[in-house]
Design a protein around this ligand. Structure first.
Ligand SMILES: Cc1ncc(COP(=O)(O)O)c(C=O)c1O
Length: 368
């Protein structure tokens, strides 16, 4: 391992083994550096008043019981305050997006010059990094994970050039379910002069520590989390990025002014009061995951089940397509990942409620 790190360090351009990251100056797109962000009515006047006639809203109200006629807080201050209480990160280090997918897109738009810059992705991994790269006309250089779904540090070092702005690491990784070795991510953080994005969408299910506590150590770290998974709020679209104040300021400048709607802000705030409920569901999900793994091992079409730190498992089978189609025919939908590199024959199964898991297992008994 340490030998590996030495080899890798020699391939990066950093001076004397010190971090080569030199702040955002050289990383930011020139047009973003010079951007004057949109100034909303609520940016221009933030105090109390009895009459607000500054935002062309409907002053009469909304045709609903609940009133949504006013624009939401552009910087979601109440929500951030609550997230600060839970995560211990100050509001100035938090960006809230319309899902963490929005944060991913904003990172591309802020740092990557279309047609010029590139990013590193490490498949098999979450598909949106590639899609966001394509949308933004940015090359995504693929460095496959190793056979045990860990980082190929040497391959990453070789893929990096002077136009590499971002490296996306998903841990626990989707679709493989495992966590990425912490020391390897730290090697990247310490030796790469761009941003390392650690996507922790599934961190609440993991035995590993979050990277949030490393934010004070690494100025080039961005941690993504979401309320879509353990928090059970996928429909509200609320995702978070945690990073240096400098990075968060850029993301806030680039985002649409009212990117998180009022209903989502209010409901997310309400949900974040229910930590005990979420912890109970996480414990139940982990029990159910272990049970699913045990039971699935008994089927002869199951060749392997990969260790999972998430709320899903990746299962290698003899015939993924037939099993997938059989389950669809029975009204049970899982994810067929068999066409994904390094996931040949694999199905990804989300852990369901106890009843759903029993239905899945009983149905599979009938697969021939
Ligand atoms: C690794 C990973 N990151 C991000 C997301 C998207 O999260 P959000 O719903 O916050 O956009 C997903 C959704 O499946 C995911 O698997």
């Amino acid at each position: 391992m340490s030998e590996d790190i030495n080899k890798v360090q020699s391939l990066y351009s950093g001076p004397d083994g010190n971090s080569p990251f030199r702040g955002l100056g050289g990383l930011l797109r020139e047009n973003i550096k010079n951007l004057t962000p949109y100034s909303s009515a609520r940016d221009e006047y933030q105090g109390e008043a009895s009459v607000f006639l500054d935002a062309n809203e409907n002053a009469f109200g909304s045709p609903l019981d609940q009133q949504f006629n006013r624009y939401p807080d552009p910087l979601q201050y109440q929500l951030k305050k609550r997230i600060t209480e839970i995560k211990g990160v100050p509001p100035r280090n938090i960006f809230i997006g319309n899902g963490s997918d929005e944060a991913i897109d904003i990172l591309f738009r802020s740092f990557c010059n279309p047609g010029v810059d590139n990013v590193i992705i490490v498949p098999p991994t979450y598909g949106m990094y590639q899609v966001s790269a394509n949308i933004n006309d940015v090359e995504a250089r693929k460095v496959l994970l190793t056979d045990d779904y860990q980082l190929n540090l040497e391959g990453i070092a070789e893929a990096i050039d002077k136009n590499t702005k971002l490296i996306f690491i998903c841990s626990p990784n989707n679709p493989t379910g495992n966590s990425i070795n912490r020391a390897d991510v730290e090697t990247l953080l310490a030796n790469f002069n761009g941003l390392v994005i650690v996507d922790e969408a599934y961190i609440n299910f993991s035995r590993q520590k979050t990277f949030i506590q490393e934010l004070t150590e690494y100025a080039n770290l961005v941690v993504l989390q979401t309320l879509s998974k353990a928090w059970g709020l996928a429909g509200l679209r609320v995702g978070m990025a945690f990073a240096s104040e400098e990075i968060i300021e850029v993301m806030n400048k680039v985002k649409p002014p009212y990117n998180v709607n009022e209903a989502s802000q209010q409901l997310a705030l309400e949900a974040l009061a229910n930590v005990d409920q979420i912890n109970a569901w996480i414990r139940e999900t982990l029990l159910q995951r272990d049970r699913l793994v045990l039971e699935l091992k008994n089927f002869d079409f199951v060749l392997d089940i990969y260790p999972s730190d998430a709320n899903f498992i990746l299962v290698k089978t003899t015939d993924a397509n037939s099993i997938y189609n059989f389950l669809v025919g029975k009204g049970i939908i899982i994810r067929n990942r068999s066409k994904v590199e390094l996931c040949e024959g694999c199905l990804r199964i989300t852990v369901g409620t106890p009843d759903e898991n029993i239905t899945l297992l009983e149905t599979l008994q009938n697969f021939k």
